[in-house]
Design a protein around this ligand. Sequence first.
Ligand code: MLT
Length: 265
Amino acid sequence: MHARVNGFQMAYEDHGEGTPVLFIHGFPLHRKIWRPQVAALRDEFRVLTPDVRGHGESEATAGVYEMEWLADDIAALLRHLQCGPAVIAGHSMGGYILFAFYRKYPELARGLILVSTRAVADTAEGKANREALAQRVEREGHQPVVEKMLAPMLAEASVHTIPSLKQEVENMMREAALLGLAGASRGMAMRLDSAELLARINVPALIIAGTTDALIHYSESEKMAQAIPGARLHLLEGCGHLPSLEKAEEVSALMREWLREQSSK
Ligand code: MLT
């Protein structure tokens, strides 16, 4: 499905009924990273999975994709769907968008699920690397992103256990628009530090990370769990940066159990 929000065509899926749970994927992927969770949760919850602007099947626009801007897209989709407050889940860059969303639209979030993400901003070196990547994408296309991100995205063990996974993830990366890859790289570099926000989060939070994540170390999740009042942390042994696909059943079960608990309160 597509909706025209904030001046572009946003692709999304909307399944099931009940408490709305909106899942934001990370860079440079798309909504299908949540495929197992959609299948597992749609009989009990309303599961919304948009493609971020310039990713997957969502239209790309030129410019720097500031996280606040991408958060506005999510809020506009919720409005378009006439959906009230939702549990918002964010994977990696989706977590950065989630923090921007919570800062701007706290009344639209009834709970947060943070997957393989971090609250802190980029270092100066990290920002320079993002700009270099954006420029390479503009010159060379998808290849630099695939070279930089495919190998560290998945734990070796997952690549062996799920033979189709690496190709599936590479395909997702190649399905992003070049404008989207450059725009999101530059937008992530500009993101605010959300470490100060954590103590002020006053909705339930579930935090999930893999212990062999090579892109964002799981200690970032431990720090978020210490700082967010009442947060619950689950570390997945031997899982890389993409728990929703690497440990699909475990992640779906964790989410289902936690969402049920929140709904019964
Ligand atoms: C992601 O998975 O969204 C990225 O690894 C986030 C990042 O590059 O900081």
